[in-house]
Write a protein that binds this ligand. Sequence first.
Ligand SMILES: *Cc1c(COP(=O)(O)O)cnc(C)c1O
Length: 401
Amino acid sequence: MLRTSLQVPERLAQIPHYPILYSHPSPIHPLPTLTSSSLPTTPAPHSPKISIFTKREDQAAPLACSGNKYRKLEYIVPDILSTAPKHGHHEYHPSDQPLPGRSTILVTEGAIQSNHTVQVAALARKLGLKALVLLNRGTGGGLRNASDKASFLRTGNVQINRLLGAEVRVLDEGDPLSGDADPVLRELSAKGEIPYWIPGGASLHPLSGLGYVRAAVEIAQQETEMKLGGSGRFDFVFVACGSGSTVSGLIAGFKMLESGEAQGGLPPRRVIGVLNSPTKPRQYHEERVLRFARREGLLVGLDAEKDITMADVRLEDRFVGTGYGVLDGDTRVALRHMAEREGVILDPVYTAKVARAMLQWVHEKEIRDYADDHAMKHVNVLFIHTGGQAALGAYADVDWE
Ligand SMILES: *Cc1c(COP(=O)(O)O)cnc(C)c1O
């Protein structure tokens, strides 16, 4: 827990922010057994010590199923609550006209077991608003691979959305609304509602990335207070990359800090975004993450084009598996490993793939080369746990053996 309150750089502090998370930072704790069991059994003579920690975004907020979307929403709420919301239009129908008044209902979309929709629905209820969520049967392979489809369609996050009193509409594969949901917004407007649209994963919302810019500030402050060994920093940060503004916010946030801090010869922190879906190629995500990171950079006063480049965007695509939301063998092993060795439960869609990737990196050259290049005997690695465990119930038919 931070002993001092978060010291937010001035440019960021000036941007409207509505607290949803706990007032203390999400905890960071070591993963000691993972640290020892993931190292090669006979370390090479120059192998650095690698310490693995996790930041628990699944324990960041008091609302339902804490996860990374609440941080993004902290910077979106001021617009939602304004009397002339600017950014509530569907992404395919941008407009300079604000919504005609304060929003009455939040509308969003996701895969059947979307964590994002639950966080939007819980926030809506907390703000006294209604919620409508569109769940796409065609997104990813979770549903397709489930042996008990009826169960996949009503347990986990679907159940929680209903419990929150969100209106849930399940869209068939190929339903035009799953491409463009604007007709739903028009339908609501015709009934006298003022719908506020939040894109899937929120990343296309222009303010969504600021949450993880702020998280970078929080992490940097926790580094100082934890008195880490080695460089005193988390040299590598592993995080899931889905819609992209979690990883882009962290990239921009560390840039912002490192452009101000005296570096003392330290290399920049390296953020590794771990992809979890084979649907789109890595280049597609790299382009998006760079665009988002520059968007965030601009908002906090960086010279975005110059300060943030493709060299800052590191995306890992070897562990996407066979489909979004499909629990392949390697991912299952990582999930079990974390549960059995650390008693920590990951989610089946994102964080299990991140853990899998991180453990692979610990065995490979890049971290060791980095340590060699910078004459470091000790490297600190941070794994961001972005939540999502509520989906596990829908994967009850998975064979864990
Ligand atoms: C949405 C989500 C992510 C991905 O975050 P993006 O900002 O969309 O890249 C990662 N983990 C969990 C558990 C999520 O729900």
